[in-house]
Design a protein around this ligand. Structure first.
Ligand code: CDP
Ligand code: CDP
Length: 217
């Protein structure tokens, strides 16, 4: 019998590069499973904030991530994760290597246990979580463009914010994300880079499909 090969697509990249929306659209189009790995770090961050734990209370944060790692299959309220306070705390908890380790198994098992295919987006998916993935994309854009997108998103949610502060925050987050203890948070040598600075989401989708197309048959 001719078994169809399971395809794993990883999409890494910095904040607001467009990786999340691309990952979701691709998964929908291909009828693949989808995992937003940033949401896992955000879930740890939300619990840290709810428990009034500070970013420097490393042991408490590790315990929170360990406890949560047992319950990651449970449903959660995604909208509670989508604010900048949670995003900022997520990028802090993600610097703790034990936190990363505690979230690793869930992500690896997710990619292993799919029937048709999977799309996972994050920062270290093509390097650490799924180094053998079939297709690795690295989606990026200039920090100014990414800050503009984030600023627009905030405005559309009725949140007042100055572009200059959003840009400063984005630069700070980039710095934290790239000077991580873990060198794997950089693009891998075998990834396809898509610079979305001057592309619409539809153009990004077309560019991704052009890369992915040959692997699908
Ligand atoms: O959408 P955005 O890139 O702003 O954030 P996210 O993907 O939800 O991730 C939130 C934070 O979690 C990021 O700033 C990273 O520091 C961290 N993260 C990570 O370290 N590794 C991942 N695989 C995913 C997210
Ligand atoms: O997941 P990540 O933080 O990398 O980005 P996203 O949530 O997919 O996109 C961040 C914002 O940028 C969303 O509002 C997208 O609609 C927008 N975007 C855009 O304007 N142009 C693109 N080429 C990609 C995303």
């Amino acid at each position: 019998m001719n078994e169809t090969k399971v395809i794993v697509i990883t999409i890494d990249g910095p904040a607001a590069s467009g990786k999340g929306s691309l990952a979701k659209k691709l998964a929908e189009m291909l009828d693949y499973d989808f995992l937003d790995t940033g949401a896992l770090y955000r879930r740890v961050a939300l619990k840290v904030i709810e428990n009034n734990v500070n970013a420097d209370e490393i042991d408490k944060i590790i315990t929170i991530s360990k406890d949560l790692s047992q319950n990651l299959h449970e449903k959660y309220d995604d909208s509670a994760l989508r604010n900048d306070k949670v995003g900022e705390m997520a990028s802090k908890v993600a610097q703790i290597s034990d936190v990363r380790t505690n979230l690793d198994d869930f992500q690896r098992n997710f990619a292993k246990n799919v029937t048709k295919g999977a799309v996972l987006d994050g920062r270290d998916i093509g390097t650490v979580i799924c180094p053998d993935a079939d297709i690795k994309l690295f989606v990026t854009a200039s920090v100014e463009k990414r800050a503009m997108r984030r600023h627009k998103e905030l405005q559309s949610r009725g949140i007042e914010a100055k572009y200059s502060s959003v840009l400063a925050e984005m630069q700070e987050r980039d710095e934290r994300d790239s000077t991580r203890l873990n060198e794997h948070l950089k693009p891998s040598h075998d990834c396809h880079v898509i610079d979305t600075s001057d592309m619409t989401p539809n153009q990004v989708m077309d560019a991704a499909l052009e890369i992915i197309g040959p692997f699908l048959h």
